[in-house]
Design a protein around this ligand. Structure first.
Ligand code: FES
Length: 347
């Protein structure tokens, strides 16, 4: 009974019975335009005092932006970048804070201004047809034909063909320049300062490390010998060559056959540059033998050639083959045998 009432009511409101679905449906041409919601008058339109307040708030936000810009300029001069990594951090932090305030002040101020003080009325605009009328289309064809006949593009074959040739070749210099950039950058990333015989030294002092200094469970942050005395490109080289040195129980090392000679008495060296997006891997969990990257929590198992056990990194940390020289100091056997750092450019 109730179902019949519903059916009758629906028909009365313009619903039609859809035989496929068995439901009552409203044809599209009978759907009414809901119109706009009733306009709500803003407080700033009702009260001049509130409008004045909003004006002051907008001005305060723009002033905050001015302060941020001056702060950023001051920070750039007050925290110059030197060879010391701490200066990079301080410079980035304070410069970034200033620029953030500067941009936020302008952004929030502009939004606040628009929302509280600029004219507040609704506007509707009917969508126009995107296809041109037949008349407009015919006119466009006429213009193209006229341009063709005036320029002689179809008639003058020699000009047309040489133009095609010129157009086809002119992007080539740009392609060569950009193409050249790729392998060069790639090669510079493939090579680090490590080579056969380079001593492993402590970061940042540059003091060479003896195998006997590396006690069980200890971790050393390592740079190649000579890096600490460099004056040019020191940070670039360090960003590629930084290494973590760990000593494990020989039995807990699960070394692949072809890498058995890469460690020395349980001491292993791995690139410190995370293979995800290049943060320094800095945390070592002694009881699990895991290295952790603080940026996105990629976790590497030192006992298994730094295999990725968790996180977004897609390949293990590259291993640096090491040995010991006649004086007992740890040395590299060669450079890394695979690129260090993020994997995206080699995959
Ligand atoms: S950079 Fe190391 S996990 Fe993302």
């Amino acid at each position: 009974m109730a179902g019949k009432d519903l059916e009758k009511g629906s028909e009365a409101e313009g619903f039609e019975h859809d035989f496929e679905s068995g439901l009552a449906v409203l044809p599209p041409d009978k759907i009414k335009d809901p119109g706009l919601e009733p306009h709500r008058v803003r407080m700033t339109d009702k009260s001049p005092a509130k409008a004045k307040n909003a004006e002051r708030q907008v001005a305060a936000l723009f002033l905050a932006s001015v302060v941020g810009s001056f702060f950023a300029l001051w920070a750039y001069v007050a925290f110059p970048i030197t060879e010391d990594l701490a200066t990079v951090r301080a410079n980035n932090l304070f410069l970034g804070l200033g620029m953030t305030l500067s941009l936020l002040g302008i952004g929030i101020g502009a939004v606040h201004w628009a929302k509280t003080l600029m004219p507040d009325f609704e506007v509707t605009e009917a969508r126009h047809q995107t296809r041109g009328s037949e008349e407009v289309r015919a006119k466009a064809v006429e213009i193209v034909k006229l341009a063709d006949s005036e320029s002689g593009f179809s008639r003058r074959k020699l000009i047309r063909r040489t133009l095609y040739g010129a157009l086809a070749l002119f992007p080539l210099p740009a392609l060569i320049v950009f193409g050249d950039l790729g392998p060069q950058v790639g090669n510079s990333l493939r090579q680090t300062m490590w080579k056969a015989g380079t001593r492993l030294t402590k970061d940042p002092t540059g003091v060479p490390i003896k195998a006997s200094d590396v006690t069980l469970g200890s971790v050393f942050h390592v740079i190649p010998e000579g890096l600490s005395e460099m004056h040019e490109h020191k940070l670039e080289e360090k960003a590629k060559a930084a290494v973590l040195l760990v000593r494990l129980n020989q039995e807990s090392l699960n070394e692949a056959e072809d890498r058995k000679g890469w460690s020395y008495d349980g001491i292993v060296a791995y690139s410190k540059i995370c293979t995800h997006v290049g943060c320094p891997v800095a945390l070592y969990e002694q009881h699990t033998h895991h290295l952790l990257c603080p940026c996105h929590q990629s976790t590497f198992d030192v006992t298994e050639h730094c295999r990725v056990v968790f996180g977004p990194a897609s390949r293990p940390l590259p291993q640096l083959p090491i040995a010991v020289d006649a004086e007992g100091y740890l040395i590299a056997q060669s450079d890394f045998l695979e690129p260090v750092g993020p994997s995206f450019w080699e995959r």
